[in-house]
Design a protein around this ligand. Sequence first.
Ligand SMILES: Nc1nc2c(c(=O)[nH]1)N[C@H]1C(S)=C(S)[C@@H](COP(=O)(O)O)O[C@H]1N2
Ligand SMILES: [Mo]
Length: 234
Amino acid sequence: MKHHPEIAKLLERRRFIQLATAGSFVSAFGGLVLISDELTRFASAEDRPDGRPRLPPGQRVIQRLKPMGGDPGDPSAGAFRLKVHGHVAKPFAIDFRELLKMKNVTLALDVHCVTAWTVLGAKLTGVRVRDLLARAAPKKGARYVVFEAAHGYTANLPLREARKENALIAHRLDGRPLPRPHGGPARVVVPDLYFWKSAKWITGIRVLTRDEPGYWETRGYHNHADPWKEQRHS
Ligand SMILES: Nc1nc2c(c(=O)[nH]1)N[C@H]1C(S)=C(S)[C@@H](COP(=O)(O)O)O[C@H]1N2
Ligand SMILES: [Mo]
């Protein structure tokens, strides 16, 4: 099939991104090209559907999520329990099987770490946070949520952002069960805020009427964490 030249170029780029598993390659002119530099240039030239640049300021693209540590929770799916509670009419808790039974989606998401790395199009599978929230029926006056995770890690955000269509409780990454260092069996992914908001080893979603700064937010990180405004520190 013949494509318009611009589209052909894009498809070529996409194939390049899929094939680029090594850290560098040798260009047609014999020079060494770093994949990260190439991906960073590529993302810098693109706009998102919402009109913002694909790459937030000060970020550099890497190929895969980097495990950033934290105190891991129980990795077994059998031990998983997610509680949706707080200022809601119908608090509930579900296990891993029930999570799988809800409507699951697979989305290609860009994630942005405050330490300046970005991963483009990480394939994440899970349940939309908004669907879990809807099931709990937030009461009048509900405005914030706190994600609760193993060993007391928390992250806060406005309810409106938790309800965005790309905010997930994810349990698969790139077609495989979410590895433990990345929060397995399940974690939050709120891609449009810096990645510390995306609590790994998730145990709860608590709905609040007032904001309640979380683990990093009480340790000097910005309360809101918008990567396009470079809200890194407060
Ligand atoms: N439970 C929990 N979740 C967490 C953290 C943590 O320490 N504990 N660290 C956060 C931070 S600071 C980042 S940058 C991302 C890193 O996710 P990754 O290790 O999958 O790259 O997870 C976030 N979620
Ligand atoms: Mo982080």
